[in-house]
Design a protein around this ligand. Structure first.
Ligand SMILES: Nc1ncnc2c1ncn2[C@@H]1O[C@H](COP(=O)(O)OP(=O)(O)OP(=O)(O)O)[C@@H](O)[C@H]1O
Ligand SMILES: [Mg+2]
Length: 232
């Protein structure tokens, strides 16, 4: 189980959002940390095969994800930063719809959705319309949908946005569990989230990878010094 990023660049018009970035990912939780506009979402969209790289290569177990995206897509869970819901559907209906799109049978989807609603602590409100959900509750629906197909590669773009402290703790425990035998990539600009959740940190700024290593106690200082150093 290996996702390898080699010299990846992503350019929009004349803006280089990701700049010759290389990263080797195996099982575990890696936190992508970087300021607004650092290129985190751009990198994640390429890894999730939503957009193509402008240059460089990404391989999943040795196979190019542009030439041959299916093996990765089959086992991918992705929460986009701008994940939206259908307000008139209930959480259950929405997840059922997405499960069908992912090719789950109706029977296995039903059981899986019950399990996932419990996992994200929404079992009590599973039949209510999503239009009445708070931002944090919608985010948790987004986390649940990313887990529908029991993915080996989980890409979560700002999963903790809007979560209250209690839900944050729950989420941290969930990811610790998932990260044991899966590749989990999450982005945030909240240093304490990475400290709490990820064993490994990748600091990105201006599309470049500035630090890749274990999470550590002085992460806040490391982050600020790294990002400030790159601006100089
Ligand atoms: N679709 C797009 N078209 C043009 N420019 C884009 C597009 N998406 C991103 N960019 C630009 O690429 C750069 C990186 O953006 P990206 O969204 O990847 O950063 P980010 O690290 O996810 O930021 P944030 O923390 O705010 O989510 C930014 O300068 C952004 O303006
Ligand atoms: Mg982003």
């Amino acid at each position: 189980m290996r996702l390898a990023v080699r010299e990846l660049s992503k350019t929009y018009a004349d803006k280089r959002a990701v700049d010759r970035l290389s990263l080797d990912l195996g099982p575990g939780v890696v936190g992508l940390l970087g300021p607004n506009g650092a290129g985190k979402s751009s990198l994640m969209r390429v890894l999730a095969t939503v957009t193509r790289p402008s240059a460089g290569v990404v391989t999943w177990n040795g196979r190019d994800i542009v030439a041959d995206p299916e093996p990765l897509r089959r086992t991918l869970g992705y929460l986009p930063q701008d994940f939206g819901v259908y307000p008139h559907l209930s959480a259950r209906e929405f997840l059922t719809y997405l499960a069908a799109a992912k090719g789950l049978t109706a029977r296995s989807a039903k059981a899986r959705i019950t399990e996932l609603l419990q996992l994200v602590n929404l079992a009590d409100v599973g039949r209510r319309p999503l239009g009445g959900f708070s931002g944090g509750m919608r985010r948790r629906v987004g986390i649940a949908q990313a887990l529908l197909n029991d993915p080996r590669v989980l890409i979560l773009d700002e999963p903790t946005a809007g979560l209250d402290p209690e839900e944050r703790t729950r989420f941290r425990d969930l990811l610790a569990d998932l990260g044991r035998d899966r590749i989990v990539i999450l982005s945030t600009h909240i240093v304490s989230d990475v400290e709490a959740i990820a064993g490994r940190v990748a600091i990105v700024s201006g599309g470049r990878l500035l630090y890749d290593g274990p999470s550590r106690g002085d992460l806040e200082q490391l982050y600020l010094a790294t990002v400030a150093g790159a601006r100089r």
